[in-house]
Design a binder for this molecule. Structure first.
Ligand code: URA
Length: 460
């Protein structure tokens, strides 16, 4: 019997190196015992992992990807199951593609469960604010089903780069000091703080996006299993919100806004700073910076564009390039003062294709729009605009939460699910792209009419 000792539950490298050597020596799966940590090993004999790689072999990339996820599963059999498949792949490399193979299926199910758990941790971790010697620190409690915490740590470090935080879990704790990640021992729920100001922000956020008319309990439970409810401040609101109507909801939002200390401008600045480190989708990798919304936090009107263009990306401000100039001219003609409105984009990073020295605008896809919805919702929560004007189809999708045709929607007030009115019109860059000057002038006049309509509805 060979006994392989792995350093931790998620020790993928340890498993991979041992498995590679054992498989090269053609050691059958039945002769290996996999152990984690410092349990006694002498029960099983003393044959070591072979050092030589007598019969080298190649492993399909798909297997390594699968193994990397499955290693994080909580099933103690996972190491042996993976090794069994690895041994089988030496004879039959194509087996990994056989979806009907019971072992491949079983391992794929495990990989899926791990990915779901990773997603849940990202979606449901909630920080509570505490004070320590160095100031504010944010601490969260989370109970994962699988060994995913270490693998997920980098995500939180990128996402909350500007905060000092700790995530406590039964198996291990991770800490971020603003520069480096550190690990500590597991904790108990009692060690995590309960109830404090950041919960108000979450509750406000949740209450502001909650729409009783749209509540689908089944879907909600699927996304937010009961296991997690007890850790989440907003779940305390669910019963109340279901029972109450919009009036109640609005009152709660007002209360929670006041709980932020009434400092909406401060909260907005914090939000913008946080957005500067956004990695919610891949677009941050090539863009110069996040281009956040701008304007007074008490603006009654919000304009939503598509995404920053080349010039906005460099300047860090929305609507300052050619489309921005067209926008400024049209709103001025419609009697709207730019300094009095809040201007933002559905997607906050510039998406482009590099062609030689030029960066050519590329349309954001549904996934990118949806990843960026977080920031749009947070902006709405703070600004609470009475009228939100979507410029073009991408913005319309963001404000309505679904795909929309401009021609079918334009020029009339629409009730928005989160409150306030919406208004859909064209994007000013549409006018810039029109080769026919006469048609462009007609379209421009219609654009100005749409803007006037929105302003008039707001003041009526
Ligand atoms: N187009 C947009 O949609 N937004 C900008 O900020 C600039 C151009």
């Amino acid at each position: 019997m060979r006994v392989v000792g792995l350093s931790a539950e998620d020790d993928f490298e340890g498993w991979r190196d041992a498995a590679r050597a054992l498989a090269a020596a053609r050691v059958p799966p039945s002769e290996i015992v996999w152990q984690v940590g410092d349990q006694p090993v002498d029960l099983f004999g003393d044959e070591a992992v072979p050092q030589s790689t007598a019969h080298p072999f190649r492993v399909p990339r798909a297997f390594l990807d699968l193994a990397q996820a499955v290693i994080l599963h909580s099933d103690p059999q996972r190491f042996a199951l993976l090794y069994t498949l690895l041994a089988g792949l030496i004879e039959q490399p194509k087996r990994i593609e056989d979806r009907a193979d019971p072992l491949v299926r079983r391992l794929e199910e495990k990989a899926k469960a791990v990915h779901r758990d990773i997603h849940k941790m990202r979606a449901f971790v909630r920080f509570r604010e505490i004070e320590d010697d160095s100031g504010a620190r944010y601490v969260a409690w989370f109970e994962p089903e699988h060994h995913i915490v270490r693998a997920n740590a980098r995500f939180f470090a990128d996402r909350f780069a500007n905060m000092r935080w700790s995530i406590l879990t039964p198996e291990l704790s991770i800490h971020w000091d603003g520069a480096a990640l550190a690990e500590g021992p597991g904790a108990t729920k009692a060690e995590a703080p309960a109830g404090d100001p950041i919960e108000d922000v979450w509750k406000t956020y949740y209450a502001s996006i909650f729409n009783p008319a749209r509540l689908k309990t089944g879907a909600m439970l699927k996304e937010m299993p009961r296991k997690y409810w007890k850790n989440m401040p907003e779940t305390a609101l669910v019963k109340e919100l279901v029972a109450g109507a919009r009036q109640r909801e609005t009152a709660m939002v007002q209360t929670a806004r006041t709980a932020m200390g009434g400092n909406i401008a401060g909260a907005w600045e914090k939000l913008r700073d946080e957005a500067m480190g956004c990695t919610r989708c891949h677009l941050y990798r090539h863009a110069s910076q996040t281009v956040f919304g701008e304007g007074p936090v008490d603006a009654r009107m919000m304009f939503v564009g598509e995404q920053p263009g080349d010039q906005e990306d460099l300047a860090g401000h929305p609507f300052v390039g050619p489309a921005g100039q067209m926008f400024n001219r049209a709103i001025a003609e419609a009697g709207i003062e730019r300094a009095g409105v809040y201007v933002t984009n559905a997607v906050k990073h510039f998406k482009f294709e590099q062609r030689g020295k030029r960066r050519i605008h590329s349309k954001p896809d549904a996934g990118e729009i949806s990843a960026c919805r977080w920031w749009y919702e947070q902006e709405r929560l703070l600004i609470r605009p009475e009228m939100t004007v979507a410029l073009g189809a991408t913005a319309a999708r963001q404000i309505l939460g679904k795909a929309a045709t401009i021609t079918a929607m334009r020029g009339r007030a629409l009730e928005l699910a989160e409150g306030g009115l919406g208004w859909v019109t064209i994007h000013p860059s549409f006018l810039l792209r029109m080769p026919d000057r006469e048609r462009a002038a007609e379209e421009y006049a219609m654009f100005v009419e749409d803007l006037k309509g929105a302003a008039k509805t707001l003041s009526s």
